[in-house]
Design a protein around this ligand. Structure first.
Ligand code: PEP
Ligand code: MN
Length: 336
């Protein structure tokens, strides 16, 4: 259930409504909106009687929420959520681009790639210090050292950094170093990790699970929001299908479907969907044409020597061309 306060409702009226919700044994979660505050009612076991709240001062209306997910849903919040990281805003109609290698390999490597992607217009640098690899024999990431290299990237380039967190044990360390925390595909339903992310003050990118339905993905985001972290960005990165011509199948149709169901920003990672460099360019352009809230692309200056995902990493020159092309596409779709 959602309690919608009147425009200009006072803080006292909002607090009185919160107290009324708590008195009944439910959780109250105020959601600041553009011009009015709403209060989400959570943890109710059956239906809640609207009459308890309708008569309170400052309450405009009480709306039942029919979806299983609540805080992430458009029923709860009509306007788009904007997530700000440095000068990048996800969800305000711009399309910040996140770029960098799959894995942090050395200080020299991340600095060189960060400078190149920054010059091309990327707003956030990506690089995994803890890598979830299919094989235990593959490069697992530099761990803490990798986080230190990312810190230096921020200091030298001014770019914000995003890196993946793989487990609760290393969460504190990642949280301290990252401006934006990534929860990967393989962990989309790691509920203890989602709960820990819910307690974080840092924004979170939640990648879609390998074969997750939209509802499961949104429910995973609900875990983070339920914990109190409202800064969640959803990332479509391709789902597992029967095809062999690409690593995964980029599900672009999920973008408008998410937009209808949720107010959260949604970005696209064409790199992990494609798995091969020559498909990344067109998938990124198609994503830009859809009006996504951001793009995440893997870029490597020596992809043939990369320790992870070299085949799908763009050369810096290709990335710069892609940035120009996407900017041109955006001007077309933004034209009145
Ligand atoms: C990554 O971003 O490097 C990554 C491992 O992505 P995903 O979780 O989408 O496979
Ligand atoms: Mn990768």
């Amino acid at each position: 259930m959602l309690i919608v306060m009147k425009k200009g409702a006072t803080e006292n009226q909002i607090q009185a409504a919160v107290a009324a919700v708590k008195k009944r044994g439910y959780t109250a979660r105020p959601i600041p909106g553009g011009d009015r505050v709403s209060i989400g009612v959570l943890h109710n076991k059956g239906s809640v009687d609207a009459a308890h709240f309708l008569g309170l001062d400052g309450v405009k209306e009480v709306i039942p929420v029919t979806k299983p997910y609540k805080l992430v849903s458009r029923e709860f919040k009509q306007e788009n959520t904007q997530v700000k990281i440095g000068e990048a805003v996800f969800g305000n109609g711009t399309m910040p681009v996140i770029a960098g290698p799959c894995a942090v390999e050395s200080q020299k490597q991340v600095l060189a790639i960060a400078k190149a992607v920054k010059a091309a217009g990327a707003k956030i640098f990506r690089g995994g210090a803890f890598k979830p690899r299919t094989s235990p024999y593959s490069f697992q990431g530099l761990g803490k050292k990798g986080l230190e290299y990312l810190t230096r990237v921020r200091e030298e380039t001014g770019l914000c950094v995003v890196t993946e967190v793989m487990d609760v044990d290393t969460f504190d360390m990642v949280e301290e170093s990252a401006d934006l925390i990534q929860i990967g595909t393989r962990n989309m339903q790691n509920f203890s990790l989602l709960r820990r992310a819910g307690m974080s003050k840092k924004p979170v990118i939640l990648k879609r699970g390998m074969s997750a339905m939209l509802q499961e993905w949104l429910m995973a985001a609900e875990y983070i929001m339920e914990g109190g972290n409202v800064n969640v960005i959803l990332c479509e990165r391709g789902v597992r299908t029967f095809v062999r011509h690409s690593r995964n199948t980029l599900d672009l149709s999920v973008v408008p479907a998410v937009k209808k169901e949720s107010h959260l920003p949604v970005i696209v990672d064409p790199s992990h969907a494609a798995g091969v460099r020559d498909q990344v360019f067109s998938l990124a352009c198609a994503s830009a044409a859809l009006g996504v809230d951001g793009i995440m692309v893997e870029v490597h200056d020596h992809p043939e020597e990369a320790l992870s995902d070299g085949a799908q990493s763009l050369y810096p020159g290709q990335f710069a061309d892609l940035m120009e092309k996407m900017a041109a596409i955006r001007t077309i779709i933004e034209a009145p």
